[in-house]
Design a protein around this ligand. Sequence first.
Ligand SMILES: Cc1ncc(COP(=O)(O)O)c(C=O)c1O
Length: 399
Amino acid sequence: MSRQEGWLEDSNRYVAQTYARLPICLIRGEGSYVWDSEGHKYLDLVMGIGVNGLGHCHPRVVAAIREQAGKLLHVSNLYHIEPQIQLAKVLCQISFADRAFFCNSGGEANEACIKLARKYAKDSGHPDRYEIITMEGSFHGRTLATLTATAQSKYPKGFEPLPEGFKYVPFSDLKAVEAAVSSKTIAVMLEPIQALGGVNVPADDFLPGLRKLCDEKGLLLILDEVFTGFGRTGTMFCYQRYGIEPDIMALAKALAGGLPVGAMLAKEKVAQSFGPGTHAATFGGNPLVASVGVEVMKVIQEENLVAHSEQIGSYFMGRLKDLQKKYGFIKEVRGKGLLIGVELEFPGKEIDVRCQEKGLLINSLGDKVLRIIPALNVKREEIDQAVTVLDEVLGGMGK
Ligand SMILES: Cc1ncc(COP(=O)(O)O)c(C=O)c1O
C-alpha cells in the first residue's frame, strides 16, 4: 500500500464523511502549485475555495506567522489586541465601514450580520421587524441561521425546524425584492456575485437599484463578500464595482492568507447595536490571525493584486471564451476578475477527475459549472498551462 493509500484509508475510516473528496492527499504548496504525498505536482485553480488569495505559502505570510507565533498567539478579547486593532483600522480604511467584529469563518460572519440586523431593528424602535430577504441560489454558511438564509432547499434538508424570518426571491430581480418587502422586513442580504450558486453575476443595475430600494424602505443592505472580497472579482470588494455601499458586510476566506478567520464590518449607526456582552467569539481576531491579516492586506496593496486580478482575469476569460467557440457543450463563460464560471451542458465532475489526472485542480459545482479560482498573483504562463490541460480534457469528453 502506498503512503497515500494509507492516508486515504485512515481518512475514510476516521474523518467525518461530509465531503466528496478527490482521492489525493495534498502535503505541500508553493505559489500556484501543490504536491500530493506521492510527489505529483498540481496547478491549483481551487485555492482552498478562495482562501489562498496569495497562493500557497506566500513568503510574507509565512514570515508573519513565524514572527507572531514567537511573540503572542492568543489572549482573550477581554484585552485590547494590537494586531486586531491594526486589522480593524485597515479594513475600515479600505471599505465603507466604521467598525469590525472578528470571528472565525464565513458562516459565523454572516451569523453576526443577521444578529446585528435584528438587534438594530429592536434598538431603533422596531421590535416587530426581523425578516431578512435573501436570494435564491445563494450560499451563506452552515449554521442553522445561515443555512436558512441560504435559499437552496438541499442545504437545510433534514435539519428542521429552521429559524424563522427569512424570505426568498430570485437573484437579480429587483421587482421581486420590492414585492417581498413587508412591514416585518429589516434587511436584504446577498452575495454581490453568487460564487457557490454557479458564479452568477447580477445585471449591472441590480445592486444600485437594491441600494435605492433599501434607502426608500428603511432597510439595511447586507453584503456577503466572504468569497468576493479582497480583489477576487477585480476590485478590493465587489460592491465597489457597482458604485454603492452596504450597511453591513461579511468577510472571511482570503482575509488571513489561509488561517481561519471571519469578520463583520458595519457602519457606525448599525454597529452601535453590538455593545459589550451582545456578541462574541473566543478566537475572533486573535493576535496570530490578525497579524497575518494585516500582512495580507499590505501584500494585496503593495503587489497591486486587485488590478492584476482584473487584468489577468479578463485574459483568462478570453482564453476560456476561445474554448467555448471550439466546444459546443460550453454554454457560457462568466464572472469578474478571477472568479470565473464555465457553464456546461452536463455535470463537470468527470472533468475534475480527468484534470486532476493531468495535474490540474479544478472544482466543478453540482449544477454543471466549472468554477475557476486561481491565486490573485497567478501568472500568464500558468493560465496558459491550465487552458492547455482543459483543452485536452474537454476534447476527450465522451471518449
Ligand atoms: C459567499 C459565502 N458565504 C459564506 C460561506 C461560508 O463560509 P465558511 O465555510 O467559512 O463558514 C461561503 C463558503 O464557501 C461562501 O462562499
